[in-house]
Each structure stands twice: as C-alpha cells, then as structure tokens.
Design a protein around this ligand. Structure first.
Ligand code: MG
Length: 260
C-alpha cells in the first residue's frame, strides 16, 4: 500500500533494523510473496476481485499472520485491487476481471509485529501491446530503483533513476503517492517518491528497510480519488501499473525480502 505524499521532509528519522528484526521482516514478506505466487494462477477472465481477496486472506491467516491493510484507516479488505485506469487502493467487489484488463494487486501481511508489503500488476488473458509495454516498463522501473538502493547513494538517487527510466519510455510517474520505509509500522519514514533530483535526500545505510513502489501511468501523472474515498484513478482515464517490493539495504546493494 502506498501513502499520500506530504510535503518534503528534509530530515526524516529512518529506523535502522537489527539483524533480528530483518529476520522477522523476511518472514512477513515471504508470506506476501507466497500470496502473489498463488494469485498469479488465479487471475483469469471471470474471477471476481472479492474471490482474489478471499484467497489472499486465507493464505495470510493460515501462516499465523494478519492482513495488514484490513482496517488500516478503515480500508475494508485484505488486497487493494486496481483495474486498468485505477492506480492504487481499489476495493475488492463482485466485479469480474475481463480478458484484456490489467490488474494491480497490492498486499500487506503483519507477523509478530513486523510488516510485509508488495504489489504486482498482471495481464488478464491476452492484453494489447501497449499494456504489455506498460507492465514491462513499470516492473523494470522497480528493479532500477532497487539497483540504486545501496550504501553510498542518497534516497533520491532511487527516485531519479525510476523517473528517468519511466519518462524515457513515454510514460509518467504518479506524484501524489509514494513508497515508504517499513518495519513495525506499515508506513515509516522516509517517504520515497518515484521522481526527484539525484544526489539529494538522506544517505542510505545498511539496515534500512524500504517499500519501493513505482506507479506508472500511460498518460498524465495526475490522479484523482473516487467518491469511495480510496480508489485512486488516472485523471485522463488511461491505464496505470504498480509494482512493489520490500527491500533491505545490505553491505552489498539491497536484498529483496518480498520474493520467495
Ligand atoms: Mg507500500
């Protein structure tokens, strides 16, 4: 799940995690990865988004964890499910996925007080070429950001690399929602925009844990929130994709925690 970006915080307090805490975060994020492994098989034309939500919740509970988003500021479900022009924070419903849709699935799990968070966007059946390109560019944007998450760099080196990659492909990065630190809170400092100037922001240190999550639009980066108070959609109605991993900065680059 993303947070609504506030004004730039110049000196955020970024919590450095101990080896023991990183072990805990690995466990909660492994559950997130397991949910995606299962959902990849279930995303087909005709499945309702509520059914996907039920599957995700069942896996999380069976591992002794809790769905992290359910009840968060009143969010009613385990998954955020956002289809086509929906960017993030869509609410599961009776709506059925249709051939040609793209669907973003965002899930959080809390185990022993530690949070895991991740997101993927999947094609439903066969999708058009532009949708495939949007998904590829967005997923690659996440990995380009992860590549910059290393000791010696600054926070906005991540932001800048993502923005540059995305815009060089003719797409735009959402400004209003950003990635975040994560640990014993779902959303910790720092906020991690997917745009910005290089060599700015806090220095990255070993033991920082971040949820990086580029949100990439086909058209304008501008978004609006639907009357349900949650669903974020593109202002121009064009499609959007979202990929997210929770990572830890190590002595040698970064390790992805939300991956099996
Ligand atoms: Mg998140």
């Amino acid at each position: 799940m993303t947070i609504h970006g506030l004004k730039c915080i110049l000196s955020p307090v970024i919590i450095i995690k101990s080896a023991r805490e990183i072990e805990q975060l690995k466990r909660s994020n492994a559950i997130v990865a397991e949910v995606f492994q299962e959902l990849r098989k279930k995303v087909v034309p005709g499945v309702s988004t509520l059914e996907l939500d039920r599957i995700a919740e069942e896996i999380i509970l069976s591992r002794g964890a809790l769905p992290a988003f359910k009840g968060y500021r009143g969010f009613p479900a385990t998954l955020c499910i956002s289809i086509n022009e929906e960017v993030v924070h869509g609410i599961p419903s009776q709506r059925q996925l249709r051939e040609g849709d793209i669907v973003s699935l965002d899930v959080g799990a809390k185990l022993n007080g530690y949070f895991g968070d991740g997101a993927i966007t999947l094609p439903v059946g066969e999708v058009d070429g532009e949708a495939k390109r949007l998904l590829e560019v967005t997923e690659k944007a996440l990995y380009i950001g992860i590549e910059k998450a290393r000791v010696g760099n600054r926070l906005f080196d991540i932001s800048h690399a993502i923005q540059r990659w995305v815009e060089s492909h003719g797409f735009s990065v959402v400004r209003d929602f950003v990635g975040h630190g994560i640990g014993m809170d779902l959303h910790e400092e720092p906020q991690i925009p997917n745009f910005g100037s290089p060599h700015q922001g806090p220095r990255l240190e070993k033991g920082m844990v971040f949820a990086l999550e580029p949100m990439v639009n086909e058209g304008t980066y501008e978004v609006k929130i639907l009357p349900d108070g949650w669903t974020v959609v593109t202002a121009d109605g064009k499609r959007s994709a979202h990929f997210e991993h929770t990572i830890v900065i190590t002595g040698d680059g970064a390790e992805i925690l939300s991956k099996l």
